[in-house]
Design a protein around this ligand. Structure first.
Ligand SMILES: [Zn+2]
Length: 114
């Protein structure tokens, strides 16, 4: 059983950092969490959005974003297409389901022929 993040989209932007005013440090990252166990994988619906400044080495939270950053954010958010959050069964699960169906079938067959 595990939960891991995978990156959907990243973008370095040329806006000024609200914290250190550098124009070269900001980067957007859009990630999605994926839950996985032996039987299925499932992506979580929510996309995790972070704006990080590599110049002052900290996350820049939306409360401090300028209008320009928000505009750039809107643009990049559309490029970060989340994966479907539909549960995907693994082959082992199909085998188990098939095996179960055969077992049930045999029981019904056995009972109806007594
Ligand atoms: Zn900064």
């Amino acid at each position: 059983m595990s939960l891991h993040k995978y990156v959907l989209h990243t973008a370095k932007i040329n806006n000024n950092c609200p914290e250190c005013y550098s124009k070269e440090g900001l980067e957007f990252t859009f990630e999605q969490e994926n839950f996985e166990n032996r039987f299925y994988t499932k992506a979580k619906k929510a996309v995790i959005e972070t704006l990080y400044c590599h110049n002052c080495n900290q996350q820049v939270f939306p409360v401090t974003w300028t209008e320009d950053i928000e505009r750039v954010y809107d643009y990049h958010r559309k490029l970060a297409k989340p994966k479907s959050s539909v549960m995907k069964l693994k082959p082992i699960t199909y085998i188990i389901l098939l095996f179960d169906a055969i077992t049930v079938g045999l029981i019904i067959y056995y009972l109806s022929n007594r």
